[in-house]
Design a protein around this ligand. Structure first.
Ligand SMILES: Cc1ncc(COP(=O)(O)O)c(C=O)c1O
Length: 330
C-alpha cells in the first residue's frame, strides 16, 4: 500500500500540517550551524505572550514529554509516590518508573471523571506529584475546574497537562504563580501541527523554573522549533481555523460512531475519540482497520483492552473509517 494512502488516526496529530509560514521560514533560515540560546530567552518571551504569563514562569522542552520527565527528575526520589488517575497518558507512568518512583493508581469513574475524594485519600507523606491530563488522553474527558482546585488545595504539586487546550479553550494557566503547587504543560504538537519538531512548554512557579533551567540538558529546544513557534504565533488565525475544522470533524465522527451499534464512543473535548468495542476484540478491530490502511490506537494494557482511540482527521478520513467499520461489521 503506498504511504500516501495510509490514513493515520493513531497519534492525535494535526491532519492539516503546520502553518505554511513555518515551511517558508525554515527553507531560508540561515543559522542552523549555531546552537540555540540555552536560556531560551526569545522563545520564553514568545510563549509568555501567547500564554499570557510572565516568562519567569516558563520553560520550553523537546515536546512536553521532555518536561514531564524533567519535572519527575526534579521532584522524585526512589520510593516517592506519584498519583495517576487511570486510564491516562502513558508517559506519566513510564517516566515515574524510570525515576524510581512508586505509582499510585486512582481509577477514574465509569464516565472517566477523576474521583477527587479517592485522589485525596491516596495522598501520603511520600506523595510528590499528582498528574491530571485535562482533557485526559485517551478518554477526552475534562476535569471540572472546581475539582482541580480541590486537588490543588491539598498543597501537593499538581501537574495539569493541557496538551489539547486549543481544542476546548479551558485552562487553569492564569493561576500559575498564585498556587505554589500548580504546574501547567502545553504543546505545539497538536494545534500547531508541529509534533515532528518537538516543542512544548510548561508554566511553573518561578522557583521551579529556576531549578528546571539548571537541570535541563543544554540547548534542549532546537533552532528549527524556535523559528516554527515564531511563525506559528504569527499565523494563529490560520491555525485556529484548522483547529475549528478538527473540532467540527471530531463532533461529526462522534455522531457517526454512535450509529455503529457495536461501538460506544465517549464524548471528547480533545482531537480524538475513545470507543468501547462492545462486540468482538478491540485488538482484532485494530488489526482489521490496519489491513485496510487505517491506523487507530489500540492500547495493550488490561484497563483499556476493550477500547480503541481514533484521532479526528479530515472529512475524507472520517468517511473512509466509517465505510471500513461498516464493512468489518460487529
Ligand atoms: C496528554 C498529553 N500530554 C503530552 C503529550 C505529548 O506532547 P508532546 O508532543 O509535546 O511531547 C501528549 C501527546 O499525545 C498527550 O496526549
Amino acid at each position: 500500500m503506498p504511504l500516501e494512502s495510509i490514513i493515520k488516526l493513531d497519534a492525535n496529530e494535526n491532519p492539516y500540517g503546520c502553518s505554511p509560514r513555518v515551511n517558508q521560514a525554515l527553507a531560508s533560515y540561515p543559522h542552523f550551524n549555531t546552537y540555540p540560546d540555552n536560556g531560551q530567552a526569545v522563545l520564553r518571551e514568545l510563549l509568555a505572550g501567547y500564554a499570557g504569563i510572565d516568562a519567569k514562569h516558563i520553560v520550553a522542552g523537546h515536546g512536553s514529554n521532555q518536561l514531564i520527565d524533567l519535572v519527575l527528575r526534579l521532584l522524585i526520589d526512589s520510593g516517592d509516590e506519584v498519583i495517576n488517575c487511570v486510564p491516562t497518558f502513558g508517559i506519566y507512568s513510564f517516566s515515574t518508573e524510570l525515576c524510581g518512583g512508586t505509582l499510585v493508581e486512582v481509577p477514574r469513574d465509569d464516565d472517566f471523571a477523576v474521583n477527587v475524594s479517592a485522589v485525596k485519600a491516596a495522598i501520603t507523606r511520600k506523595t510528590k506529584i499528582i498528574f491530571l491530563a485535562n482533557p485526559n488522553n485517551p478518554t477526552g474527558t475534562i476535569t471540572p475546574r472546581q475539582d482541580t482546585l480541590e486537588i490543588l488545595d491539598t498543597g501537593v504539586p499538581v501537574l495539569v497537562d493541557e496538551a489539547y487546550y486549543e481544542f476546548n479553550g479551558q485552562t487553569i494557566a492564569p493561576l500559575v504563580g498564585q498556587y505554589e503547587n500548580l504546574i501547567v504543560l502545553r504543546t505545539f504538537s497538536k494545534w500547531a501541527g508541529l509534533a515532528g519538531l518537538r516543542v512544548g512548554y510548561g508554566l511553573f512557579p518561578a522557583r521551579i523554573t529556576d531549578y528546571l533551567l539548571r537541570i535541563k540538558i543544554p540547548y534542549n529546544v532546537n533552532v528549527a522549533a524556535l523559528v516554527a513557534v515564531e511563525e506559528s504565533l504569527k499565523d494563529i488565525d490560520y491555525l485556529m481555523d484548522r483547529v475549528k475544522a478538527i473540532i467540527a470533524e471530531r463532533d461529526r465522527l462522534f455522531n457517526e460512531l454512535k450509529h455503529i451499534k457495536w461501538l460506544k464512543p465517549f464524548p471528547s473535548q480533545a482531537n480524538f475519540i475513545l470507543c468501547s468495542v462492545l462486540n468482538g476484540k478491540a485488538s482484532q478491530l485494530h488489526t482489521k482497520l490496519q489491513d485496510k490502511g487505517i491506523l487507530v490506537r489500540y492500547f495493550d494494557q488490561p484497563i483499556l483492552k476493550d477500547y480503541i482511540r481514533i484521532s479526528a482527521g479530515k472529512p475524507e478520513h472520517t468517511d473512509a473509517l466509517i465505510k471500513a467499520l461498516r464493512e468489518i461489521g460487529g
